[in-house]
Design a protein around this ligand. Structure first.
Ligand SMILES: [Zn+2]
Ligand SMILES: [Zn+2]
Length: 419
């Protein structure tokens, strides 16, 4: 929880501003009337937290009653939470008395809820979930490519440090594309691709459900809606998948390859599927070093080999009819993009080479990449080829854009959204 603001009940907003703004010199943000709470609210940033001056607009307002009973002064302490429904459920489970059982709309489009002061030692505590600044693309969306149907799925969202995601690119350049949260993390999707033809092929499978609570908090994991829901919406279950393909073996791509059985054993998550990974990527993943150890979690792929369902293949291998590996390197030495060709058209699942559509410029390379100059060279050549071939590009980690075609205008490349 992060301190968001201190709420101060005032009798007269203008008179209060004469002190907080004119005497203290605090900057004033726009005043907003919050109809649901019968108040006018003005925020004054003071470092990251703000002061919120609250003036009642009607006698039945809680602020009017507070001022009448106790006089103007400190009214509440507000904490920012990423998921207010989750926060309320946790407090309820711990027996904490709440004023609001469900969230209600607050200022600036946020959702808010109050904890009863009897539970918080006389201090009224507000929980606040700020308005989402980045729209989230979640529901499965379909596209027909020749004889194949491509369905973009979702295993939920996570968040990574914005600086690490954009490498040497300074924040002022990327923050307008993907605004970071208060911990400097940007939201990222986990969007496996389902290819339906004679077989059901899935490329990558998100991070799955094996992550412990501490890591889930660090990575801002949001999987209330995950791959099983997404598959169900597409009319399938894990049992219907015939082939599972890994772009590379990082946890946010193959965590969903295995699951924990009732007896605690790790088993293939898709019980009838043949799994495919790249031979040298497997070598690297099973012999990690200090730099990549945190990304290569053995539990995600070793059980597949033990179960005898994993096939290792080489660069350019056809992993299913019309679906091929193509080595990109860069992100990891043997990272693969996956090309899908049918009816004279080409789609490419670019995995971590262009994690989001904001990574289109060739030098916008992630700090995570082990071989950034290889990424740069691949991106430059591939972008030219993709423009000329009108490839449909699937962006696995983009929170709001699932797929698009790269086009060029006045010598500048851009992504034309398709899904
Ligand atoms: Zn990766
Ligand atoms: Zn990734």
């Amino acid at each position: 929880m992060i301190l968001d603001h201190l709420g101060i009940a005032v009798q007269d907003l203008e008179k209060a501003l004469a002190f907080f703004r004119d005497m203290l010199g605090l900057h004033v943000e726009a005043t907003e009337e919050v109809g649901s709470q019968r108040v006018r609210a003005t925020f004054l940033p003071a470092g990251d937290p703000k002061l919120e001056l609250l003036e009642a607009t009607a006698p039945e307002s809680a602020i009017a009653k507070f001022v009448e009973r106790r006089g103007p002064g400190l009214h509440h302490v507000a904490f920012r939470v990423p998921d207010i429904h989750q926060a309320l459920a946790t407090l309820r489970a711990r027996g904490v008395r709440l004023i609001d059982e469900t969230p209600r709309p607050g200022a600036e489009g946020a959702l808010v809820a109050f904890v009863h002061p009897s539970a918080s030692h006389g201090v009224l505590v507000e929980l606040k979930q700020p308005a989402d600044r980045v729209p989230r693309f979640r529901t499965p969306a379909r596209h027909t490519l020749g004889d194949l149907e491509l369905v973009t799925l979702s295993d939920g969202f996570f968040a990574l440090d914005g600086g690490a995601m954009f490498g040497v690119v300074p924040r002022p350049l990327w923050e307008t594309r993907l605004p970071p949260d208060d911990r400097n993390r940007i939201p990222l999707g986990m969007r496996p691709l389902l290819v339906r033809g004679d077989q059901n092929v899935i490329i990558d499978a998100g991070c799955g459900d094996k992550m412990d609570a501490k890591s889930a908090a660090i990575y801002g994991l949001e999987r209330a809606y995950h791959l099983d829901h997404s598959l169900a919406e597409a009319g399938l279950t894990a049992e219907d998948i015939d082939v599972v393909v890994a772009s590379h073996l990082h946890f946010d791509h193959v965590g969903g390859f295995t699951a924990t059985a009732a007896d605690g054993r790790l088993v293939p998550r898709f019980p009838k599927a043949r799994y495919i990974a790249h031979r040298q990527e497997w070598e690297d993943a099973t012999h990690p070093h200090e730099r990549n150890r945190a990304s290569y979690l053995q539990e995600n792929f070793v059980p597949l080999m033990e179960a005898g369902v994993l096939t290792l293949v080489d660069d350019g291998a056809e992993v299913a009819p019309g679906i091929r590996y193509r080595r990109s390197g860069g992100h990891t030495m043997h990272h693969q993009v996956v090309t899908i060709a049918s009816g004279g058209r080409t789609a490419v699942f670019v995995a971590d080479m262009f994690p989001t559509s904001a990574h289109l410029p060739a030098p916008w390379v992630m700090g995570y990449d082990l071989y950034p100059m290889d990424t740069l060279a691949f991106k430059r050549a591939f972008t030219r080829e993709a423009i000329d071939g009108e490839y449909l590009i699937f962006f696995e980690h983009d929170p709001s854009l699932a797929a698009g075609v790269i086009r060029e205008k006045d010598g500048k490349a851009y992504v034309d959204r398709v899904l």
